[in-house]
Design a protein. Sequence first.
Length: 359
Amino acid sequence: MQFSSKSSTYTKHCGIISLNNRYIITPIDSGINGRFILAHVHYATEEEPNSSNSIATILNIYGKAASRKDNVEFYTELMQHRFLIHKITTTIQNNMIILGDFNYKYESRRSNGTVEATTVEWIALLEEHFIDCFWENKSATFHGSNNLHYILDYIFCNNTSYGTVTECTQEFMNSTWTDHEMLVITLQLQKDATQGPGAYKCNPFLANNHKFRRELVIFLQGLQPQVELKTATQSPQEIWDWIKDEFKEHVRQFQLEEVNWRRKALKTLQAKRNRCMLAKKNRGLIFQGLDNINQQIGALQDSIAEIEVLKLGKYWRENGEKNAGFLKKLTVSRQNQRQLKQLRHPVTQELHSDQGTMS
């Protein structure tokens, strides 16, 4: 699948991608044959992105799946990266997120509380400094051969970032793409919460839509009783502002339902599947229609992906083939995203740019 990424950093095993041009990814560290990436997330408006003005720090991990012994060696080596461990355990006031395919399962806990295929030190670090966003509400995230299902994927947040999590969802992915499911968390960042959207302009072409006009009349008639109640306590200006806010939300919902019916249908199917999986996990119920739901989800995801690829192709045709400056700017931007030009010393906080001091 092609990503229309605005900013990214990646290795052959894992990556961190921003699909929103408001955020940029700044790589900090990577290692163990590309099996972990540590990066800052900044607002694109920052002139000099650094650790002090980052809005989040993300550690993406891909554990070794060959054997339990290999995975234990991976986490042993991971704990020996002093800069990495210092960074993720001292980032208290900022959002710190650890996620990825850990390739160990909590179902394999021993009687003493330890987990197979990882180390005691790694589990202790997570339990001391981080919170599992999904707790016990997560179903199997990996579907292997011979009908084997395990929880191998996780998202952990520190106390600061966990307090901003507004939603956690688990979504089934097309089985022709991957044998894992997708974990999604939604965070409400402080700047996003305080910064307004600016002036709102309704699409004037909606006035020619008969369905929209019909639903708008019904919507405004439904507001009339609430307007009469508000006249006793609020001024006409406050009531008018409230009506405009309600109208704006109504228009947005109408447009989303009209344009994004595929995504709406996909969300409904994902919710239905999650209810089935939860009932299977808690009550041992088996649903015969689950395979059919998975096929419908896969078909919708294929359709959405094809549309996104077409959009990306149109973006390239309009900008890339005719604009040499666009290509040069994009190439330089991607080179900067994949190179570590400066590193900040964890103790002295000094910036170093030459190879000798950076190593």
